[in-house]
Write a protein that binds this ligand. Structure first.
Ligand code: NAP
Length: 286
């Protein structure tokens, strides 16, 4: 018997498609159970065709909140009553709180990422950051780095226009952070990486089916005092992180980000800290 499933149990969940592979139900339900909080988390298939109906259903069921994933992170915006300034800058929501009949949209991806650095003693304020990748995750990370006081963010992306779009948004809202967009090419990477304190990979290179690829081709491109962070969490050690280790760099994978973005959502819904060490042990046993 689950003593925390009662007549007062509140619904949370995930709206996306596909959702059957998601780690979020296991993560949140394990945390609710551990703390004996009266919440449950379920995954719901939601896409462009039925998102509106499902959001209305979440209101009607008095769900406490929900996560939103692909393909709904942008499409959810017009269905909400309020959106935080960070989520508005990112242009995407991954967490919704249902409070007093209002749906409030947050984006915890960037905050989760910065938290994953902070837990390792790395502050981003005042740092020069080189970011490869300007998709959804890259955009969330870039905005949060700027919000948290990064001095400079150089963004490289295969499709340069997406890097430019993020830089425009940051420049308008946080002018104290210097931003510069480039295409993703080896010459620019080689130049820019010498100047950076932290290098972040937010491209899909290194993740299935690109496990044999890395944005950095060889260890001699990397100064040994650089912190190298890859948002990818499967595999835990990407080709980039292996190359960075050979160069003597400190490396950080994406496991902290996935946990902390969930922990931020958990806190928004419950007001309680997620038992992060316990959840890490379950999701990524050593
Ligand atoms: P996305 O929106 O699809 O963006 C993909 C990014 O990868 C874009 O910058 C894209 O460049 C780039 N890219 C894809 N194929 C490439 C190639 N062959 N060469 C160069 N660049 C390429 O995906 P996303 O959600 O931002 O995810 C990006 C990465 O972050 C993924 O590896 C994902 O696993 C990771 N991630 C981790 C977490 C976490 O919690 N740890 C959360 C979200 C994402 P273009 O813009 O030119 O297409």
């Amino acid at each position: 018997m689950n003593p925390w499933i009662t007549g007062k149990t509140k619904l949370t969940g995930l709206l996306g498609y596909p959702v059957s592979h998601s780690l979020s139900p296991a993560m949140h339900n394990a945390a609710f159970a551990y703390l004996q909080l009266e919440y449950a988390y379920l995954a719901f298939e939601a896409n462009e065709g039925n998102l509106d109906d499902i959001v209305k259903a979440m209101r009607a069921l008095q769900a406490r909140g929900f996560n939103v994933t692909m393909p709904n992170k942008k499409n959810i915006l017009p269905l909400l009553d309020e959106v935080t300034p960070e989520a508005r800058m990112i242009g995407a929501v991954n967490t919704v709180l249902h409070e007093n009949g209002r749906l409030i949209g947050y984006n915890t991806d960037g905050r989760g990422y910065v938290h994953s650095l902070e837990e390792k003693g790395i502050a981003v304020a005042g740092k020069k950051i080189l970011l490869a990748g300007a998709g959804g995750a890259g955009r969330a990370v870039a905005v949060q780095l700027a919000v948290d006081g990064a001095a400079q963010i150089v963004i490289l992306n295969r499709t340069r226009g997406k890097a430019e779009a993020i830089c425009d948004v940051i420049q308008k809202s946080i002018p104290a952070c210097r931003v510069q967009p480039f295409g993703l090419d080896e010459t620019t990477l080689k130049q820019q990486v010498k100047e950076a304190d932290i290098f972040i990979n937010a491209t899909a290179l290194g993740m299935h089916p690109h496990e044999d690829k890395s944005v950095i081709a060889s260890p001699d491109m990397l100064p040994g005092n650089l912190i190298v962070s890859d948002l990818i969490y499967t595999p835990a050690k990407t080709k980039l992180l292996r190359i960075a280790e050979q160069a003597g760099c400190r490396t950080i994978n994406g496991q902290g980000m996935i946990i902390w973005q969930g922990a931020e959502s958990f806190k928004i819904w419950t007001g309680v800290d997620m038992p992060v060490d316990y959840i890490k042990g379950l999701m990524f046993p050593e």
